[in-house]
Structures are given as structure tokens and as C-alpha cells.
Ligand binder design. Structure first.
Ligand code: PEP
Ligand code: MN
Length: 354
């Protein structure tokens, strides 16, 4: 249930409403928009409470949200959520690009890739220190050392960092080193992990489970939001279908659909969404055309020798830079701003692919 107050209502009326709800043993989440304030009630509300709130001063409307997720829904928060990290804004009118390898492999590797991501105009460095692998004998990531390497590379090149966290026990250490925590497709419904993210103090990029519906994804996001963390991004990374040519089927319709159901920024991952390098660029552009708030893209300086199997879907640095230049042209057409500065493009031109 939500209670809507006009922003003309004095603060004490809002506080009265909050007190009344809390007295019933319910949790309150307040969302302040440009012309109205929405007070969300989480918990089992008695029907008489709705009637009581309706009579209170300042309250314009009381609406029952019938969806199972509440805080993630547009009804609760009509305006787009914008997550600000340093100078980077995720959501709203800017396009954010996160680029980097599937896995952090060494300090030299992540440093060089960070330099290239920055030179191409990216804002966030991606890279897994802990890798969720299908088989137990495959490379599992370099662990905490990798977090340190990535944090150093990010700092040196002026990039934010994003890394995957797989278990609740590792949330604190990942949050210490990375700016954004990524929840992988296999862990979308790891509820203990989601609960822990509610108090991690970092924005979270929540990947859609490869067989999850929009409703399930939004309910997974709800766990994080209800735990007290408002900074959640949703990520479409492809779903499992009968098609075997591509690794997954990137569900482009998820982008506008999730944006209409929810206020949370939607990021697209055309790398895992296709599993094929030659499809990454067209699907990245299609994602932006469909309204994505950002992209997360795998890029590697030596994809053939990458330590995970994801080299086949990793862009070469010059492909990544070319895509970024095209995104600069495309973004304004769909109402987003994105720029690769001339200086960055110049710096990139001097890099020879070895
Ligand atoms: C990744 O980003 O490298 C990754 C493992 O992603 P996903 O969880 O989407 O498979
Ligand atoms: Mn990967």
C-alpha cells in the first residue's frame, strides 16, 4: 500500500503519517518526487489503516499495490531512480558503459584494460575476482587479490569498478574494494545474499536469472530494496531458450518492459546475452535503441587466451572503442547523453593491438 502526499503538505503532516504507520508495526519507505511524496508501507496492513490514512491531513490518495513487489514498482516511485556514484549518474538521461574482462587475471592485465576502457570513454571497469563456473575444475577467479588489483587499476585510470559477489560472507570485502556489486544470473534468487546486499552500502547490479521472469527479477530486487538499499540496477543478460546458435537469447523487450514496471535503471549485457563477439556490437546498439540506461560489455586485450571461456564473446579493444564512438552518435537520438572526448579518442588511437 502507498500513501501519496503532495509536496505542498508540511513536513509535520508527513511525519504524522509515518508515525501512524509505524505504530501498526509496519516499515515505511519514503520516496520524494518533484511534486509528490510517496510513503510505502511494507508488511501486512489492516484494512482500517487505509481508511484512517485517507482521512489524515496532507494525504491525497491511498493506493493498494497489487503486485508482489512494491518498492521496485513504478507505482511507489514514479520517477526514474538515478544512482549517483562520484561524478557518474546511472539512470535518467545518461548512458553508462561498463567494460572490462570476464575475469581479473593479473595486475598488468587489468591495468592495461582499465587504461583502454577509460581511453574509449567508458565510466566503469568490470572484472570478476570470484567467478561462478559451471564446472568445479574450471578457473574460479584470483579471489581477494583480484579485488585489490582492480581497485588499484580503477583508481589509477579514474574508473568506477564493478565485480561479482557470490556469497554473503564475501559481500563486505567486495564492498570494501569495488564501487558496484554485481549479482550473477546464477545467484539472482540467492535470498541470503540478496538480504545481505540490503545493508552493504554499495549500489548493486542484479542480473536476471537465465530462466527468470520479469516478476521474479523484480521480486529479487525487492529483497535488496526492502533491506534498505535503494541503489539497485536491473540487468538483462539473456535467457535460456531452444536456440543453441547463441549462448543465450538477449531479451530486448525486457528493457522497455522493466522500465515501465519499475523505476530502477536497466543495464544490458550483450556479451553474455549472445556469447558471440560479432553479435555484441549490434546487440549493444539495439539495447541502447530500446532505451537501456547502460551496457556491461566484456573486452579483453588477448581474448583467445582469456582464462575463462568468455574470450569468444569479448571485444578486442579497437572494436570496443569503435562501438563507443557509434554510441556517441546513437545516444542523443534516444534521449541519452554519452560522450567520448576527443582527447580520449586520440589517446586510444596510439594504442597498438599486440
Ligand atoms: C559475468 O559477468 O562474467 C558473468 C558471469 O555473468 P552472468 O552472471 O550473467 O553469467
Ligand atoms: Mn563472463
Amino acid at each position: 500500500m502507498i500513501a501519496i502526499l503532495s509536496n505542498q503538505a508540511p513536513e509535520e503532516q508527513l511525519q504524522d503519517v509515518i508515525r501512524t504507520i509505524e505504530k501498526e508495526g509496519l516499515t515505511v519507505h519514503v520516496s520524494r518526487g518533484s511534486d509528490r511524496t510517496v510513503v510505502g508501507l511494507v508488511g501486512q496492513a489492516e484494512p482500517r489503516l487505509a481508511e484512517h490514512l485517507r482521512q489524515m491531513k496532507g494525504v491525497e490518495e491511498v493506493v493498494k499495490i497489487s503486485k508482489s513487489y512494491k518498492l521496485a514498482s513504478r507505482d511507489f516511485h514514479p520517477e526514474d531512480t538515478v544512482i549517483q556514484i562520484g561524478d557518474v549518474k546511472i539512470g535518467g538521461g545518461e548512458l553508462v558503459v561498463m567494460g572490462g574482462p570476464c575475469a581479473v587475471e593479473s595486475a598488468e592485465q587489468i591495468d592495461e584494460i582499465a587504461r583502454l576502457v577509460k581511453a574509449a570513454g567508458g565510466q566503469v571497469l568490470r572484472g570478476g575476482a570470484f567467478k561462478p563456473r559451471t564446472g568445479p575444475y574450471s578457473f574460479q577467479g584470483v579471489g581477494v587479490e583480484g579485488l585489490i588489483m582492480m581497485a588499484e587499476a580503477g583508481k589509477k585510470h579514474g574508473l568506477l569498478t564493478i565485480t561479482e559477489v557470490m556469497t554473503p560472507e564475501y559481500v563486505d570485502i567486495c564492498a570494501e574494494y569495488a564501487d558496484i556489486l554485481q549479482i550473477g544470473t546464477r545467484n539472482m534468487q540467492n535470498f541470503d545474499l540478496l538480504r545481505k546486499l540490503g545493508t552493504c552500502g554499495r549500489p548493486v547490479l542484479l542480473k536476471r536469472g537465465f530462466s527468470a521472469t520479469y516478476d521474479e527479477l523484480l521480486n529479487a530486487a525487492e529483497y535488496i530494496l526492502a533491506g534498505g538499499n535503494p541503489d539497485v540496477m536491473l540487468c538483462e543478460r539473456g535467457i535460456r531458450t531452444f536456440e543453441s546458435y547463441t549462448r543465450n537469447t538477449l531479451d530486448l523487450a525486457a528493457i522497455p518492459a522493466l522500465q515501465s514496471l519499475s523505476h530502477l535503471p536497466v543495464i544490458s549485457d550483450p556479451s553474455h546475452g549472445t556469447g558471440r563477439r560479432e553479435l555484441v556490437e549490434p546487440m549493444a546498439k539495439a539495447s541502447v535503441a530500446a532505451g537501456a540506461d547502460g551496457l556491461i560489455i566484456e573486452m579483453h586485450t588477448d581474448p583467445d587466451n582469456s582464462m575463462t571461456g568468455d574470450g569468444v564473446q569479448s571485444l578486442f579493444p579497437d572494436q570496443f572503442a569503435g562501438l563507443m564512438r557509434d554510441l556517441e552518435q546513437l545516444s542523443p537520438i534516444v534521449g541519452k547523453s554519452f560522450s567520448t572526448t576527443k582527447a580520449e579518442a586520440e589517446a586510444f588511437k596510439n594504442w597498438a593491438i599486440v
